[in-house]
Design a protein around this ligand. Structure first.
Ligand code: CA
Length: 164
């Protein structure tokens, strides 16, 4: 999702990223950005700092409360303090205008890789007296392993049952 109030720039970014194979949603102000984020659940948001209705900083702060999506803050200001504030309130990366579309695309891919890497870490879930190792596709009840079929395993919410 791209949030940018300068229409020309927004269109340019959209065209470039679509050509790169991304599915792109766009909007031009901060209020719409939050509505669209809830509706479309974007994987990653490129967020301009200076926006009408609600600043990119406020959007970032509120977005962090409802979503784990990647956030790249974009600003025309290059002060170090801005960058620190942006990262402190939950932005994952920071880009200063003017930037090349190629750089934006590279940063997006890098952040998506980071986000997917975090998702793929082995997960141990605990539900009551059950322990579920998603990475190993094993389930333990009170520390005793339970034998489950792949279908049963799938039904208890394991997302990595492709290992069968
Ligand atoms: Ca702007």
């Amino acid at each position: 999702m791209i949030v940018e109030d300068e229409r020309y720039m927004l269109e340019e970014i959209q065209t470039y990223l679509q050509r790169e194979g991304f599915q792109v949603h766009t909007c031009q102000n901060g209020r719409e950005a939050l509505e669209l984020a809830q509706l479309e659940q974007p994987e990653l948001v490129v967020l301009d700092w200076m926006l009408p209705e609600k600043s990119g900083l406020d959007v970032c702060r509120e977005l962090r409360q409802i979503s784990n999506c990647g956030i790249i803050m974009v600003t025309a200001r290059s002060e170090e303090s801005d960058k620190i504030v942006g990262l402190e309130i939950g932005a994952d990366d920071y880009l200063t205008k003017p930037f090349s579309l190629r750089e934006l695309s590279t940063r997006i891919r890098a952040l998506l890789r980071r986000l997917h890497g975090a998702e793929n870490k082995p997960q141990i879930l605990k539900r009551g007296n059950l322990t579920i190792s998603e990475a190993k596709c094993q389930v333990y009840k009170d520390d005793q392993e339970i034998q489950l079929t792949p279908t049963e395993f799938k039904h208890i919410g394991c997302t990595s049952w492709h290992c069968f």
